[in-house]
Design a protein around this ligand. Structure first.
Ligand SMILES: NC(=O)C1=CN([C@@H]2O[C@H](COP(=O)(O)OP(=O)(O)OC[C@H]3O[C@@H](n4cnc5c(N)ncnc54)[C@H](O)[C@@H]3O)[C@@H](O)[C@H]2O)C=CC1
Ligand SMILES: O=C([O-])CC(=O)C(=O)O
Length: 356
């Protein structure tokens, strides 16, 4: 009897981890869920993904479940998160996975998180700009960030939802309103353009993309995406034609995928890869690793604009240092002026959405 009692308690505990609605889910087999939870849980960080059932969210959840720095992984969405959680929780890696479904479970999803990754929102279709997503995604980001202010105001936030040039200022205003804003902890994820830039430069130069580092500064849409080809590592020199080709391909990489997917969304797999690369950098910073440097769209004094993407060093409390742009060539100086003009409007649009 005692043994059965303990076993039942274990099953209940396991099922509750998988879905906080347990035992409301009694119709489903508790035993089926026994295999869904790793024993104990590895030491590490607690990470929530908001929008976890989406095109980015699913592969992102899978890759975060594989990250040894993650001990607890909360998967939140307004639809389909139970299926994604059940699926991913069968992976025999250390992180414990928990499901959260619908607005009423948002706060539970966020309590105690160290890192919150937000890929919630609608993606582009051919013919749309990222800014065309503003009307829907601004409200989604606002609601999710209000949850963060209440439940994990000290978490690092990685914001993926587009238009990043406006959603990051929206998040900042929500946090300011709640009195929880710490600019060191809010990062717009621009890693995908860096990943693309490394790949495209490697292709042109006949290099291994893993050995190429291209700083990409500015923002995350069209001309606001400014690759600094004069600062590529290893040092490369490009003809004017190569510079034009690479700049344009990097700036339009998102559109290239949107068009190839022909109405079925935008980049999801490469984005999940980039998001995990970036989240891992944030977690290594939190752990105290030295010299963790990535590009991100952050509150910044690098230019006269209040937000700008450039290289940042990540540490125990988020951003430890924001690096200046370094020497630019004439092509990049012209690009910078164009980028700043569009960025200023997108930032203001985000700020006004909350301040209106
Ligand atoms: N920063 C970047 O480099 C990139 C950003 N994106 C952006 O990421 C966003 C998501 O893209 P996909 O995953 O392809 O879209 P998707 O439509 O496949 O997935 C979005 C998910 O968000 C969920 N969602 C909607 N409203 C929500 C809410 N209020 N709370 C929680 N979840 C909610 C949906 O249910 C869905 O599961 C888009 O805005 C897209 O433009 C996409 C690629 C790159
Ligand atoms: O292009 C889009 O809409 C999605 C995105 O931000 C990217 O792929 O860089």
């Amino acid at each position: 009897m005692q043994a059965n009692g303990n076993a039942n308690q274990r099953i209940a505990r396991i099922s509750a981890h998988l879905n906080p609605n347990y035992p409301k889910m009694e119709g489903s087999s508790g035993l089926q869920q026994v295999s869904c939870r790793a024993k104990g849980g590895a030491p590490g960080f607690k990470v929530a993904i908001l929008g976890a059932a989406g095109g980015i969210g699913q592969p992102l959840a899978m890759l975060m479940k594989m990250n040894p720095l993650v001990s607890v992984l909360h998967l939140y969405d307004v639809v389909n998160s139970p299926g994604v959680t059940a699926d991913i929780s069968h992976m025999d890696t250390g992180a414990v996975v928990r499901c959260f479904l619908g607005q009423s479970q948002l706060e539970d999803a966020l309590i105690g998180m160290d890192l919150v990754i937000i890929p919630a929102g609608v993606p582009r279709k051919p013919g749309m700009t990222r800014d065309d997503l503003f009307n829907i995604n601004a409200g989604i980001v606002k609601t999710l960030c209000e949850g963060i202010t209440k439940c994990c105001p000290n978490a690092i936030v990685n914001l993926i939802s587009n238009p990043v040039n406006s959603t990051v200022p929206i998040a900042a205003e929500v946090f300011k309103k709640a009195g929880t804003y710490d600019p060191k902890r809010l990062l717009g994820v621009t890693m995908l353009v860096v990943v693309r830039a490394n790949t495209f430069v490697a292709e042109v130069m006949g290099l291994d993309p893993r050995e190429v580092e291209v700083p990409v500064v500015g923002g995350h849409a069209g001309v606001t995406i400014l690759p600094l080809l004069s600062q590529v590592k290893p040092p490369c020199s490009f003809t004017p034609e190569e510079t034009d080709y690479l700049t344009s391909r990097i700036q339009n990489g998102g559109t290239e995928v949107v068009e190839a997917k022909a109405g079925a969304g935008s980049a999801t797999l490469s984005m999940a890869y980039a998001a995990v690369k970036f989240a891992d950098a944030c977690l290594r910073g939190l752990r105290g690793d030295a010299s963790v440097i990535q590009c991100a769209f952050v509150a910044s004094q690098v230019t006269e604009l209040p937000f700008f993407a450039s290289k940042v060093r990540l540490g125990r409390t988020g951003i430890d240092e924001i690096y200046p742009l370094g020497p630019l060539n004439e092509y990049e100086r012209v690009g910078l002026e164009k980028a700043k003009k569009e960025l200023a409007e997108s930032i203001q649009k985000g700020v006004s959405f909350i301040k209106k």
